[in-house]
Design a protein around this ligand. Structure first.
Ligand code: SAM
Length: 427
């Protein structure tokens, strides 16, 4: 991911000026755009002619800071951060091409539709405008006026000014004066679904949002089924976090090793009531346990984290300081763990027998390290048996709906405004 200094404003590119390699920027951009579309089609992220046409029409570089190379603007999975807070945390970005394409497909947009985009930047709104056409309506809102000013200016310059309405608003409160919306595309990490947004969604409408579930995000395409929502598609992606009234800060618990270096355990919710048994745990002996579950090299196992987030009590994400034992062993573990009593375990891998890729297991510290390691290994095996072979189905039941109708095989996670459910189809 490139990291431009700040919200640098794009002025007109030197179109017509040859680059050092003698190729005009505008020609190079067209070439890269065509390559990107081919790649997105080949990877199955673009499947419809409408999304393909939009990607062929919109000049991505017009919406990126001027110091971003064309190759980055047309990269498959490079997000470009356009604003950070004082601690360096990304607040706004132009999303990667693959996830923009995928979310547009998930939203199943139609010509003439009214579409609400949460989180502005200009680029995605321009793509939406291309798909819904001149008789459609695009409303793009952002909580940050600096972002909306920039997006409105860039959209104007690119010729979309009259087709996209850009507003400052907190998604939590919806956009009450904009009427019924056919599709809502949320481009910021959401911990819950704001009731005000849901109230504006047409009965036949689609909602696409990156939903954070116990620290793990899935971009989910939802449709209504009576009084609740059911997922129609799922994608793996990360987003900048929601600000404003719907913000949900994580809880961080710091473990310090004998050299004063830190391992941070990041909990979404459900922090174990008493973390004191973990004091000085990094100075204790470590154990490991192996699951017998293997995976070939270069195969995604992102759903294992999702499984943990739903089924492993005490689940947390890890961030480690350089100089810790964990940092020195990078490549042999992944930053997902769990706390069990006085034990802390995290996901580890080792080469599998006979070139079968890697085997999953757990390493663990603390008084209850055996317990913590075995709890993690148990869930690796459960995922292997019940989760790894099929894409899960999500539901969202707003507060007030009859949750007794939630299917018995679904796991349930409480949110502020409702509950999320997950079920894993039988292998
Ligand atoms: C990933 S960026 C949006 C990218 C954009 N859709 C594009 O064209 O690539 C996420 C944006 O969400 C905005 N945001 C964060 N919290 C919000 C909220 N509660 N309501 C509206 N916008 C919010 C941020 O200010 C940020 O600009």
């Amino acid at each position: 991911m490139t990291d431009p200094p700040a919200e640098s404003q794009r002025t007109a590119r030197p179109d017509g000026q040859p680059r050092e390699d003698g190729v005009k920027d505008v020609d190079r951009a067209a070439e890269l755009r065509a390559d990107l579309v081919e790649k997105l089609r080949a990877e199955g992220k673009i499947v419809s002619p409408a999304v393909e046409a939009a990607f062929r029409a919109v000049a991505r570089e017009r919406f990126l800071p001027s110091d971003v190379p064309l190759e980055t603007a047309y990269a498959y999975d490079d997000a470009v951060v356009t604003k950070r807070d004082e601690h360096g945390v990304a607040l706004s970005s132009v999303s990667a091409a693959y996830i923009q394409a995928r979310m547009l497909e998930q939203a199943e947009l139609r010509p003439r539709a009214t579409v609400l985009e949460i989180g502005s930047g200009g680029l995605n709104a321009a793509l939406i405008a291309e798909i819904v056409g001149p008789q459609g309506r695009v409303v793009s809102v952002d909580i940050d006026p600096e972002v909306t000013d920039r997006a409105a200016k860039l959209l104007d310059e690119a010729g979309y000014g009259s087709r996209v309405r850009v507003l400052v608003a907190d998604a939590e409160h919806g956009v009450p004066n904009e009427g019924r919306i056919d599709a809502i595309i949320v481009t910021v990490g959401a911990w819950d679904i704001p009731p005000a947004l849901l109230a504006q969604l047409a009965d036949e409408g689609t909602l696409v949002l990156p939903l954070i579930m116990n620290g793990v995000t899935r971009t989910i395409g939802f449709r209504r089924e009576g009084d609740h929502l059911v997922s129609t598609s799922v994608e793996v992606a990360g987003f900048v976090p929601m600000q404003g009234a719907g913000r949900h800060p994580e809880r961080v618990f710091v473990l310090t090793d004998p050299n004063g270096k830190q391992v941070k355990l990041r909990f979404d919710s459900g922090v174990p009531a008493d973390m004191s048994p973990l004091d000085a745990v990094l100075a204790t002996e470590r154990t490991e346990a192996w699951s017998g579950v293997t995976i070939p090299h270069r195969t995604s196992f992102a759903d294992l984290y999702l499984w943990f987030a739903w089924h492993l009590p005490g689940f947390c994400l890890l961030t480690v300081d350089d100089g810790t034992e964990l940092a020195n062993e990078r490549g042999t573990w992944f930053p997902f763990g769990a706390v069990r009593g006085g034990g802390f375990a995290y996901l580890a891998i080792r080469p599998a027998m006979e070139g079968a890729g890697v085997e999953f297991g757990a390493r663990a510290y603390g008084h209850d390290r055996e317990l913590a390691a075995m709890a993690l290994v148990k869930q690796i095996r459960a995922w292997d048996r019940d989760g790894r072979h099929a894409e899960p189905v999500f539901g969202y039941w707003p507060a007030g709906t009859d949750v007794t109708r939630i299917p018995a095989d679904a796991a349930v996670m409480d949110k502020t405004h409702g509950v999320v459910t997950i079920s894993w189809p039988a292998p």
